[in-house]
Write a protein that binds this ligand. Structure first.
Ligand code: NDP
Length: 251
């Protein structure tokens, strides 16, 4: 299987890249900076399989970069559209340029990744976009980010209908995962590590590999009757009603 992973050099995308290589798949990574990729994978002692890794450096908002990835893939069995940015800020003063960049990278690039890959998708291919719990839940200061992720969820539903049964299209909606993207928000004081932990029924932060596991399932034939779905992987975060104040007895 050949899988394109956008944003595959760091964070959640890197976990997907690693896991796919470990499973013996061929992976084409598209990321702004792919230079550290080989070194990182070697740190994971994943030297075997690096010959199945193709890296394309560039911006996912640039369709020529996506075309290059598709050419190098030579037939695409799966796509993980993971590249994304998060720039929280108050709505009143939120720069229009930041809104536009968010739409461009988090939403338009997902649409274009699908379109560019369309001619080279193999029969039964699977496209998985990475959404966020912000796509279905409200968060202060996240209007732009939430709009893009809600957009991604609408996009996968409609693409799934348009391209069934040839291509399956789904999304994974992660809760809080400790990656560079989240570390930046922690250091800016936008989110609080312990508050999130307290509010997570499963009692721990998510790991990038938790999301990679869900992605792997949606790429595999084990999910062959699943399309147009959003799979929430958040340790129970969105299912919780009363938040930290819920102290009902547990058996
Ligand atoms: P990271 O910032 O750790 O990794 C994202 C990767 O995507 C980086 O390598 C980044 O490159 C790359 N990237 C960003 N913009 C572009 C671009 N325009 N072109 C090419 N590559 C780009 O983020 P995460 O792993 O945390 O997030 C991955 C996805 O998961 C995102 O879509 C995010 O919205 C989503 N998500 C994350 C959650 C979390 O808690 N971490 C929760 C819910 C959703 P560089 O760093 O060089 O910019």
């Amino acid at each position: 299987m050949t899988v394109i992973v956008t944003g595959g050099a760091r964070g959640i995308g890197l976990a997907c890249t690693r896991q796919l290589l470990e499973r013996g798949e061929r992976v084409v990574v598209v990321d702004q900076d792919v230079a550290p990729l080989d070194r990182t994978l070697q740190e994971f002692r994943l030297t075997e399989g690096l010959d199945r890794l193709v890296a394309v450096s560039g911006d996912v908002a640039d369709t020529s970069v996506l075309s290059e990835a598709c050419e190098l893939a030579r037939g695409v069995d799966g796509v993980v559209a993971c590249a994304g940015i998060s720039r929280p800020g108050p709505t009143l003063t939120y720069p229009r340029g930041a809104w536009d960049a968010m739409i461009e990278i988090n939403l338009s690039a997902v649409f274009e990744t699908f379109r560019v890959a369309l001619p080279v998708f193999t029969e039964g291919a699977s496209f998985v976009a990475i959404s966020s719990i912000s796509g279905s839940q409200g968060f202060s200061g996240r209007a732009a980010y939430s709009a893009t992720k809600a957009g991604v969820e609408g996009l996968v539903r409609s693409l799934a209908i348009e391209y069934a049964p040839r291509i399956r299209v789904n999304a994974v909606s992660p809760g809080y995962i400790m990656t560079d993207l989240v570390r930046q928000n922690l250091s800016r004081g936008v989110i609080d590590e312990n508050e999130i932990l307290d509010r997570t029924p499963m009692g721990r932060w998510g790991e990038a590999s938790d999301i990679a596991d869900a992605v792997e399932f949606l790429l595999s034939p084990k999910s062959s009757w699943i399309t147009g779905s959003v799979l929430t992987v958040d340790g129970g975060w969105t299912a919780l009603g009363l938040g930290g104040s819920d102290r009902a007895p547990r058996s």
